[in-house]
Design a protein around this ligand. Sequence first.
Ligand SMILES: [Zn+2]
Length: 269
Amino acid sequence: MYAKPDSTTMKARVAKAGDAMDAALKSLSYGMSDDERRMSAVGLQGMRGANDPGRPDTTPDVAPLPESAQRVPNEVALGRPSRQEAEAAVRTLLRWAGDDPTREGLIDTPARVVKAYEQIFGGYRMDADALLERVFEDVEGYSDAVLVRDIPFYSHCEHHMVPFMGLAHIAYYPTKGVVGLSKLARVVDAFARRLQTQETMTAQIADTIESILQPRGCAVMVEAEHLCMAMRGVQKAGVSTITTQFRGVYKSDPNEQVRFLTFVRNPKG
Ligand SMILES: [Zn+2]
């Protein structure tokens, strides 16, 4: 139905995100003295290491939903079908598409699809709030904006279950400490790996940052390409849809919005 992103592309994108985080680390130093800049860069680099143990994203087969995952609809936790039922449903859809689920090439497809669903919809079992609960208070003196740009994500539209993918950009003004940069990327994942609309996803990311970190302000921009539009020819491929959410000072002060958008758009800051 759609081309699976090949692993080199994925790796390139992940590497690009790493570069982007480094760029973000550099760029968040504007308006600071040389000493401050050095301190915050060291502090944030350290945090990034502490938060990135490099272990693979292992989601248990069927995990109970954490109590704090209030943004997960209750129905999801209830009446989850068995793996066998899910595989049978895939066989039904294969037949509906017009193919024969018993032919050799498709015989293992239902099992593979169900397994893939555990990952691409793994966000339902991720607790976004908990990801942000650990803050680094030793950079309490740092009060300028933290910006993480170019976080790649893959999601599926809730209307057609077809992928949309792109980049998320997040900024916030810390009050009680800052979170590891990789945690913001995990929050994006927690909401992207669900059936979504781009608008809802953007708001959920902002809601989580606002309620857990209680920043002076928070800005989230998501730019995405929707395959359900590209495939149906409504839009040309490669066209981005952009959604934004501004909270706190980003909402009340247009200058802050301009500063955020300039950062997102201008790599040299
Ligand atoms: Zn759609």
